[in-house]
Design a protein around this ligand. Structure first.
Ligand code: UTP
Length: 298
């Protein structure tokens, strides 16, 4: 019987090959790419921590060292900064280590996001849990994860996050067929298609990288055959849960209208860095005038 308590665990898959960023990702996961002065994954762990998810399980791949080191203490560096009286840099170095209790598990073969989530089965047990993808950054000023946790508690099934995209972009995402739920600000998911052609897309609602899942997803993933790209797709398991009956079935979605930054490919990564930098008080005031001049010359 699933315990009826608030979601406390976050799973962060970071074992993908990151081929769109080769050769940068040859020896380092793409989740470690810097977005300004922080690796992308630190924004994501901070988001989980802010939503009360202090138990984080990272699914790592062949290059897990950099991830583990980043969230660990660095006594020598800390002592040097302290001796110099550089308290601001010391605070920034220690920030990553104070975000929660981080555990690591290895996905031996990158067989897809669904397979990565399945690696969390033992650690998560019989509780609802959150999944956060390291290449989707949600602006800390906008609320998403805690709203999704509330919806999961209310509906009892699984919850995904959707965002409206230009129809021409939908083939880069999972796409959802939804119906409104009367009196609620979330929607019911009737079906999901992974990266559909424009003409086959049931909507312009794209699945983004935040999930709050019922543990029944593990049973479904165990039975899910490799799908698109010969990978075990989380979308396929959610499609099964959306159509299932009984405890832990059903998928609902929160339509996110806030600020999201995609760092998954080169162009969107640059756009994410520029958007975030232009709003940062220590960089923005110099960057924005430079950008305007740069653009006017091109
Ligand atoms: P992506 O679909 O972006 O794949 O994974 P990728 O392999 O990392 O990147 P490209 O397409 O080759 O450039 C979405 C998320 O799922 C994780 C990734 O680390 C990323 O956070 N993932 C993907 C795994 O943990 N394991 C996998 O087998 C696949």
């Amino acid at each position: 019987m699933t315990q009826n308590r608030r979601v406390i665990k976050a799973v962060i898959p970071a074992a993908g090959l990151g081929t769109r960023f080769l050769p940068a990702t040859k020896a380092m996961p793409k989740e470690m790419l810097p977005v300004l002065d922080q690796p992308a994954i630190q924004y994501v762990v901070a988001e989980a921590s802010k939503a009360g998810l202090k138990d984080v399980l990272m699914i790592t791949g062949r290059s897990k060292r950099a991830l583990e080191d980043h969230f660990d203490r660095v006594p020598f560096m800390e002592a040097t900064l302290e001796a110099k009286g550089d308290t601001e840099k010391l605070r920034r170095v220690q920030e990553a280590t104070d975000l929660g209790e981080i555990h690591y598990i290895r996905q031996k073969d990158p067989k897809g996001l669904g397979h990565a989530v399945l690696c969390a089965k033992q650690h998560v047990g019989d509780e609802a849990f959150a999944v956060l993808l390291g290449d989707d950054l949600i602006d800390e000023r906008d609320e998403l994860l805690s709203t999704m946790i509330d919806v999961q508690e209310k509906t009892g099934g699984s919850v995904i996050a959707l965002m409206e995209v230009d129809p021409s972009q939908i083939s880069a995402y999972g796409c959802a067929d939804v119906t409104a739920v009367e009196g609620e600000d979330y929607v019911r998911v009737n079906g999901l298609v992974e990266k559909p052609a424009i003409e086959d897309a049931p909507s312009n609602l794209a699945v983004i990288g935040r999930y709050v899942l019922h543990p029944r997803v593990f049973d479904v993933l165990e039975e899910t055959k490799p799908g698109r790209g010969n990978e075990i797709q989380l979308t396929d398991a959610l499609e099964t849960l959306a159509a299932a009956d009984g405890e832990g079935s059903g998928v609902h979605a929160v339509v996110f209208r806030g600020r999201r930054y995609d760092t998954g490919d080169k162009l969107s990564y640059l756009q994410a860095v520029i958007s975030l930098a232009s709003e940062r008080p220590d960089i923005g005031p110099e960057l924005v005038p430079w950008l305007k001049e740069f653009v006017s010359k091109h």
